[in-house]
Design a protein around this ligand. Structure first.
Ligand code: K1U
Ligand code: ZN
Length: 207
């Protein structure tokens, strides 16, 4: 499992008890991003801690989604929050925890969105996907639910569910766009790792 970086909170319990942690994000081209993830079968305390850590990691990044393989776990688990703090939308479901999710409906209408990925920092490109999807999943307690997403939520649901199958948004790019993306990534990955090291040193975390 990736290293955990504990966040200090005033009046919080000792670090060993229920401390939420920001996890290391696995970077492309790590093989763990290509795993076909296993279904979650046990909704125990260990799973609850992983979910809380993934939520913290997504908000810290910041991102609008995060899938378990991105923190080195081959489990069918993802967290999503596509809310825009500046533009509150009463129709947005807010924070979602999706376990063993599957797309049960896709619209024929498509939408092209410039996607990014926390595992491929600095690379953004257009991907065309169904504009609306319906997803069935289990919540963090193992209760089934159905979520319908349109536009950004639909795009994010598909991006995260792809992660659980070892698929990355890069896989949808033409060879030319992929070559350009890799040139950009070579430059941005080094800067990203240097910034991460500096951030950790400032926080007093080990490298
Ligand atoms: O799964 C991931 O890598 C997270 C990724 C999700 C995603 C982004 C764009 C389209 C589809 C899916 C991200 O969150 S990248 C960061 C990002 O898009 C963002 C960050 C802060 C505010 C708004 C967006
Ligand atoms: Zn991603």
């Amino acid at each position: 499992m990736g290293q955990r970086h504990h966040k200090q909170k005033a009046a919080s319990p000792p670090a060993s008890v229920n401390a939420v942690a920001v996890l290391d994000i696995v970077l492309y081209p790590d093989d763990r991003l290509r795993a076909k993830c296993k279904p979650v079968e046990s909704f125990d305390d260990e799973l609850q801690a992983l979910i809380d850590d993934m939520i913290e990691t997504m908000y810290d990044a910041p991102g609008i989604g995060l899938a378990a393989p991105q923190v080195g776990r081959d489990l069918q688990l993802t967290v999503i929050d596509t809310r825009d703090r500046e533009k509150p939308d009463p129709d947005n479901p807010g924070l979602l925890v999706l376990i063993n999710p599957r797309i049960v409906e896709k619209s024929s209408e498509t939408l092209t969105w410039e996607e990014g990925c926390l595992s491929i920092p600095g690379v953004f490109d257009d991907v065309t996907r169904p504009k609306r999807v319906v997803v069935e999943a289990l919540d963090r307690h193992g209760e089934p639910f159905t979520i319908e997403g349109e536009e950004l939520l639909a795009i994010c649901l598909q991006h995260e569910i792809d992660h659980l199958k070892g698929v990355l948004f890069l896989d949808y790019l033409s060879r030319l766009k992929m070559r350009m993306a890799m040139k950009t990534y070579k430059r941005t990955k080094a800067g990203y790792l240097a910034d991460l090291k500096k951030k950790r040193e400032e926080k007093g975390d080990p490298a």
